[in-house]
Design a protein around this ligand. Structure first.
Ligand code: FRU
Length: 483
């Protein structure tokens, strides 16, 4: 296919060429954020998985690095995590070096073909040069499959209560927790979720981490699943509860979603970021990820998101907001106050240089139906709005340009408004082919792809009645400083 540079995101990571899916092994170490990712370097569709690698000092400008892990006799390198083994519990560190340790799934395609249930096992690799090069552990696999068809995506962290490593593993229709003193020997602790949450598909890529709200510590369990997401295909649900080092106990039994849009999947959080909890997802959906019309690469990540907790009524919700590093990409904003919308107002002339890579913030003190329209001169548009009668946010990409590559792509996707306030605020991050919407301080989030045949560089507001935006601030992506 012909290259599509016009579809290349500027501040989201995408590989220079070829296929990517899940972010893997995200870890911060000695001033560098490491992002590994499911990568197939020989094609533009999913294939034998490697761990690609990219690094960043600021979470938003990424430099692609050589491939970190190649498939081997034990199989493809599926998703997993990485930790800083500061106490050298593994003994991989020599002469006081701190090992970085990757814990990943070895997926044996031969065993899968033969119809066995034991083809996914957990393995280790370590780096003694701060993440540059990796050596696979000679004793792999370290956690053998007991006969569970889907047994993968280990997310490991040091648990201060148990004084052990805890592995959160996706095991088909539930999460299984294991513990280990040294990352090499694992003991099963408990299972969670067989009868809780969404089960429209297989559970994948979990994460477990503590978060503090009003001085109290809660544990958040992220569980990706595919299919069965809130708008079809892949999605990320979560549970808020307690974890005593062995067992996870949820506060409530309902299903909550970290992102309601169709295009945020397999997201988990960085290790070793202190009090910050930074999440990054794969900005695609298994329904059409192999077909999106980009070349010579396929797929990208979401922006890094800072997670929080917020109480609304009796419920505790996870909030996601763009990490503060994202705001620095948009230093020069044009601010408009008290913008009155009667049916439709085209803001393009007032904002002058509307582009297709920008941040838009709007706030209103009046909760009424309204929409933000990103359009071009060819009648293509992405419509992002709030619908008062149903109390839902939505994104409609039905007429957003190319949708022919998959019957699953076109559509209008909705998300409940969870906030109970009468003011609303929206932050939109647009990057050529994607919009990420953070509503009500991150209580409702939607990520969505689109592929216009010309850039969507017109910006309009629409409302059914009289509607006032108290403040609107628009900022184009700052040009990259030339080096
Ligand atoms: C999620 C996933 C993981 C698996 C990886 C394979 O998107 O299916 O469960 O490890 O992708 O590429």
């Amino acid at each position: 296919p012909a290259p599509t540079p016009q579809y290349r995101p500027a501040y989201h990571f995408s590989p220079a060429a070829h296929w990517m899916n899940d972010p893997n092994g995200m870890v911060y170490y000695q001033g560098t954020y490491h992002l590994f990712f499911q990568y197939y370097p020989d094609g533009m569709v999913w294939g034998p998985m490697h761990w690609g690698h990219a690094t960043s000092a600021d979470l938003v400008s990424w430099k692609e690095q050589p491939i970190a892990l190649y498939p081997d006799s034990l199989g493809y390198i599926f998703s997993g995590s990485a930790v800083v083994d500061a106490k050298n519990t593994t003994g991989f560190g020599k002469n006081g070096q701190v090992p970085l340790v990757a814990i990943f799934t070895h997926h044996d395609p031969k065993g899968e073909k033969k119809g066995t249930d034991t083809f996914q096992n957990q393995s280790l690799a370590y780096s003694l040069d701060a993440g540059k090069t990796w050596t696979k552990y000679a004793g792999n696999p370290v956690l053998k499959n007991p006969g569970i068809h889907d047994f993968r995506d280990p997310k490991v962290s040091w648990n201060e209560v148990a004084k052990k490593w805890v592995m959160t593993l996706a095991t088909k229709d539930r999460i299984t927790f294991f513990s280990s003193p040294n990352l090499k020997e694992w003991t099963k602790e408990s299972e969670f979720g067989q009868k809780l949450g969404a089960h429209g598909g297989v559970w994948e890529c979990p994460d477990l981490f503590p978060m503090t709200l009003n001085g109290k510590t809660y544990w958040v369990l992220l569980v990706n699943l595919n299919p069965g997401g809130p708008n079809g295909g892949s999605g990320t649900q979560y549970f808020v509860g307690n974890f005593d080092g062995k067992t996870f106990t949820p506060l409530t039994t309902d299903t909550k979603w970290a992102d309601y849009g169709p295009d945020d999947y397999a997201g988990v959080t960085f290790a070793n970021t202190g009090n910050r909890r930074i999440f990054l997802g794969w900005m695609s959906n298994w329904e059409y990820a192999n077909q999106v019309p980009t070349a010579p690469w396929r797929n990208a990540t979401t922006v890094p998101r800072e997670l929080g907790l917020q109480q609304v009524g009796a419920q505790l919700y996870l909030t996601s907001q763009p990490a503060k590093e994202v705001a620095r990409l948009f230093p020069a904003a044009t601010t408009l106050k008290d913008v009155v919308v009667k049916k439709e107002i085209d803001l393009t002339p007032r904002l002058k240089n509307v582009g297709d890579k920008f941040q838009l913030k709007i706030s209103t003190r009046q909760l009424a139906s309204f929409s933000v329209v990103l359009a071009n001169g060819k009648g293509e548009a992405v419509v992002i709005g709030y619908d008062k009668p149903t109390n839902k946010y939505y994104i409609d990409r039905t007429k957003a340009g190319r949708t022919d590559f998959s019957p699953k792509f076109a559509g209008r996707h909705t998300a409940p408004r969870l906030a109970k306030t009468t003011e609303a605020d929206l932050t939109l991050l647009v990057d050529a082919t994607s919009v990420e919407v953070f509503a009500d301080k991150g209580l409702t989030v939607m990520s969505e792809l689109f592929f216009p045949t010309q850039p969507l560089s017109k910006l309009k507001l629409q409302a059914t009645g009289n509607f006032t935006v108290q403040e609107l601030s628009y900022a184009n992506l700052a040009p990259k400083p030339s080096s």
